[in-house]
Design a protein around this ligand. Structure first.
Ligand code: GLN
Length: 320
C-alpha cells in the first residue's frame, strides 16, 4: 500500500468518526471519568518503522487492560508456557471483562485478557519484592515503547481504593490456590500496570513490536522472546476484545486488545501495528470509534487474516 494511501485512509477515518459521540467514558474508576471524551487519535507503525498518525497523538492516558497482553508475555518469559497454562487458561469467556468466574474443573481463570486471568498472570511476575517486580514490569514496557515509562499515581490510587471487584477475584483465586498468599502485592502491581501512561503512538509502536516478532521497529531492541509471540497473538485473537472477541475475529480478523481507557491495539503480523484512542466505550468496554476505525482499516486494506478474495500480496500473510 502506498504511503499516501494509508495516510489518506487514516485522515478520512478521523474526519468521518470525529463527530461520532456514541458511548460513555469509563467511570467505575473515578479518576478515569475526568478524561475529555472527545479525544481521538489513530496511529499506524509498520514493521519497517514508518509512522502514520492523525489526531491527538501526544495525549497521554493510562494503558489499562491493553497492559494484559504485555504482562502475559513477561509471565511466559518468567515461567514458560506449560507452567503459565496451569495458572491461567486460554478459553474465551463470552462474559464481561470483569466477570467473577473461574473454570469449574481446573479453577483457573479462563484467559489472561480478562481481569481475573490478568491478576493471576501479574501474580506470576518474578522479583524479590514489590519494587523489583514493578521495575521489571516497567522495564518490559520501556522495551516495547522505546522510552522510560511512568505510572499515573492518581489513576493507580483511584483504582486501588475502589477496585473491590478485582480484590474479590484475587481472593477467590487465593481460595483455590491459583495465586499465592501475597495478593495485595500482586493487586498493587496489577493496578500499577494498568496505570502505565502511554499515548496513541506508543500503542502503535507496541503493537508493531508484536507484529515484528518481538523487535521494536523503531529502536530495533528486542522486547519479548519471539517464541512467545504466537501465544500472545493467539489469546489476543480469541479473547482480546472480551465478549466481542468472536464478532471482532469474524469481521476484523486480526489480533487485538482494548482497554477501558478507550485504547485499542491491533496487530497485522509481519506488517504493522495499529493504535486507536477514543475514550467513549460501548457496553462491552470497547472504544466505539476504535472499533469502527479498525473495522474500516481492516476492510480498506484487506487485513483480515483469512481474506483471500483480494490480490494484494503486501497485506495478506495468510494467502501468500
Ligand atoms: N484496570 C481496569 C480493571 O481492572 C482494566 C479493565 C479494562 O481496561 N477493561 O478494571
Amino acid at each position: 500500500m502506498a504511503q499516501e494511501n494509508l495516510e489518506a485512509v487514516l485522515n478520512d477515518l478521523h474526519c468521518k468518526y470525529k463527530s461520532l459521540q456514541d458511548g460513555a467514558v469509563a467511570n467505575y474508576i473515578p479518576e478515569l471519568a475526568k478524561v475529555n471524551p472527545d479525544l481521538f487519535s489513530i496511529c499506524v507503525v509498520t514493521v519497517d518503522g514508518e509512522v502514520y498518525q492523525v489526531g491527538d497523538d501526544k495525549q497521554l492516558f493510562t494503558i489499562q487492560s491493553i497492559s494484559k497482553v504485555f504482562a502475559y508475555g513477561l509471565a511466559l518469559e518468567d515461567h514458560g508456557r506449560d507452567y503459565v497454562l496451569t495458572r491461567v487458561g486460554v478459553e474465551p469467556t463470552g462474559d464481561a471483562f470483569n466477570a467473577i468466574i473461574l473454570d469449574e474443573q481446573s479453577n483457573r481463570p479462563l484467559n489472561p485478557m480478562v481481569n481475573a486471568g490478568a491478576i493471576a498472570t501479574t501474580s506470576l511476575i518474578k522479583g524479590s519484592g514489590p519494587t523489583e517486580r514493578l521495575n521489571r514490569m516497567l522495564n518490559m514496557f520501556s522495551r516495547y515503547m522505546g522510552h522510560d515509562v511512568f505510572v499515573d499515581m492518581s489513576v493507580f490510587t483511584s483504582e486501588r481504593s475502589t477496585g473491590h471487584r478485582n480484590r474479590a477475584m484475587a481472593h477467590l483465586m487465593l481460595n483455590f490456590g491459583m495465586i499465592d498468599r501475597n495478593i495485595e502485592e500482586s493487586l498493587d502491581l496489577y493496578f500499577q500496570q494498568c496505570a502505565v501512561m502511554v499515548n496513541c503512538y506508543d500503542l502503535a509502536v507496541m503493537a508493531a513490536t508484536l507484529a515484528n516478532k518481538g523487535i521494536n521497529p523503531i529502536t530495533k531492541d528486542r522486547a519479548v522472546d519471539s517464541s512467545y509471540i504466537k501465544d500472545i497473538l493467539s489469546v489476543m485473537y480469541t479473547c482480546g476484545m472480551y465478549n466481542f472477541a468472536g464478532e471482532w475475529a469474524y469481521k476484523i480478523g486480526i489480533p487485538a486488545k482494548s482497554g477501558v481507557c478507550g485504547g485499542i491495539i491491533a496487530i497485522v503480523p509481519n506488517k504493522m501495528g495499529i493504535g486507536v484512542f477514543s475514550p467513549r466505550l460501548d457496553a462491552r468496554g470497547n472504544s466505539v470509534r476504535g472499533v469502527k476505525v479498525c473495522e474500516e482499516v481492516s476492510q480498506e486494506l484487506g487485513l483480515h487474516l483469512f481474506e483471500c478474495s483480494r490480490n494484494n500480496s503486501k497485506v495478506q500473510p495468510f494467502c501468500n
